[in-house]
Design a protein around this ligand. Sequence first.
Ligand code: B12
Ligand code: SF4
Length: 594
Amino acid sequence: MEVHSQVEVHSEVDSADKSVPPQSAKTARSGDPGVRATDRSGSDVHPKGRRARVLLTSVFGPYAQDDEFGSRAINPMELYHNQVTRAQGGFSLRMFHRSWGIMMIQQNISAPCTVLDFPTREDFALELTAHDYDIVGISSIIVNLGKVREMCRMVRELSPKSTIVVGGHVAATPGLEHMIDADHIVRGEGISWMRRYLGEDPEAPIRHPDIVSGLKTRIMGIPLMERKGGTAATIIPSVGCPMGCNFCTTSAFFGGKGKFVNFYETGDQLYDVMCQAESSLGVQTFFVMDENFLLHKKRAIQLLDRMKEGRKAWGMAVFASANAIRQYKVEELVELGVSWIWMGLESPRSKYEKLKGTDSHQLTRELREHGIRVQGSTIIGLEHHTPDNIREEIEYAVGHNTDFHQFMLYTPVPGTPLYQQIASEGRLLEGIDLADIHGQDKFNFRHAAISRDDSKRFLDWAFWRDFERNGPSLYRMCQTMLQGWRRYKNYPDLRVRERFERENAKLRTAYSAALWAAERYFRKVNEDVSRQIHELRREIGKEFGTVSQLVANVAGPVLLWTTRREDQRLAAGVTYEPPTILERRNWTPAAGRA
Ligand code: B12
Ligand code: SF4
């Protein structure tokens, strides 16, 4: 097996039964909106069936730069620094996430399959020429369409016999078949599509891959050590969301209002998947990638029952809408291990169903008091926003004092009801490159009251104001953790005590040092935040005694120095890119023979 320069290679040779002949195509799983938009091969099943060699790849980098393929410096391949903590300088959380869609597909087909994640163009070219791939599957979202076009061109040139399949959210682009040279464009759920295409049973149970949720984490200028079990495992129970908010691409892509695709219907199934991740990855914490995990209460409660039976002190980061959260008592969430919730806080005046009847300020406060970190998500530039009311609305959002806050421009993205509506009103701006329609720069439509340039100014101001008023997210997280610790350290359920003990161990050590550094850092630039951090440090000292103070005094100055150095690096234009990763499955030397 070749090793590309700077490429991390993971390999697993799986003894899938190759003696079974290809089956005829079956109907998709219920709820599967997979659509074949173009089919130049004229066949539903690849002639080689499950013996076909498959390459699944994400689009090429580097990402955090402006280039002709659609990379944008403002749109790095990072969750937090892109959309959440980008104004927090050296305190911004830097982290990458793998392309889970293609990992899921790879795990659920029996054909020999390579996943190439975050390649450079050179890596991609090398892989195409090193092996005879029958199928090249490219995964992308809409902003990266220019890269898909280039990758299709490269496949035609370097591996002309390969069938090109394009999937992921990019498939929602109207007229995509005329923009790229692909054989199949797959809309919606991809596992069942690929299984069908390989002559496998599209309805077979879903096998979950082992996924470490984040990689190359860095904060305050320090890369965090990567050790087994140190990072949460990603679990993907379903895709889509039945709430169907008009702007929501994920919901629209998997069927829209009232629809979604479940990979695991029951809490029992989910429990088994989590046990598997626990034993293979050594984790106790899970990043549950489901747009609205708590909405499915029966499944969540069944999972809780199994966790109690199995004495699991697991922690869980979830996405959930306010209406879904309100179905539970907060103690129930705590017992379920929910330690972090990503919640939409669109606007007090918005009409989204999920927020109806909720005092989101009060809900946020309550969750934090119970040790649940809250990541709010607020949209800038809703229809009712004007230059006169938007500052007040941003203040309202920032006033939630969430641990993290994502801001995003109201953006009609192709494939959504909002896009159709704005298009039919003739309000889409012409000549905007798809690479710039991502919600972190400027409007792509004519807003009744806010200009395109002002949209960026307001968005930037929201990030800045949140940081100015509430301080670094790291500090807010520590605040929530301490509140949770105080409330639950003597809780009757041992699992809950164990989890809080585990999660809060860092408050005594690394976080104490980080807070020492943060307090000093802000003394000159934001006295108020510095005072708040000082107060928290005093409380932590009271709770954990001299150990935390000792660690803070020794390691704090180092962190202060690394944070300032990081600020300088960022000011000098340093950016971060994910590593290229190559993983093979069902791969034997014969399978890979060119
Ligand atoms: C993780 C994630 C990221 C990661 C990227 C990880 C990566 N390696 O690419 C990070 C955090 C970096 C990220 C960044 C961005 N993201 Co993002 N991200 C997600 C998120 C939360 C999860 C994706 C996921 O894994 N889902 C679970 C898997 C199983 O689903 P899936 O990827 O859709 O895959 C399924 C199908 O689509 C299909 N499929 C996928 N690939 C392929 C390939 C083939 C060949 C086939 C046949 C099928 C197929 O099969 C899969 C199984 O059913 C989604 C929201 C969501 N819930 O999906 C947003 C989402 C994909 N992101 C989105 C956006 C807009 C962005 C940003 C532009 C945001 C921004 N402005 O800040 C940036 C772009 C960065 C960049 N330079 O490219 C949008 C995409 C919108 C669109 N229509 O294109 C989404 C849907 C969020 C949203 N609702 O707005 N993102
Ligand atoms: S609740 Fe969230 S995930 Fe569901 S449709 Fe609305 S924005 Fe999308």
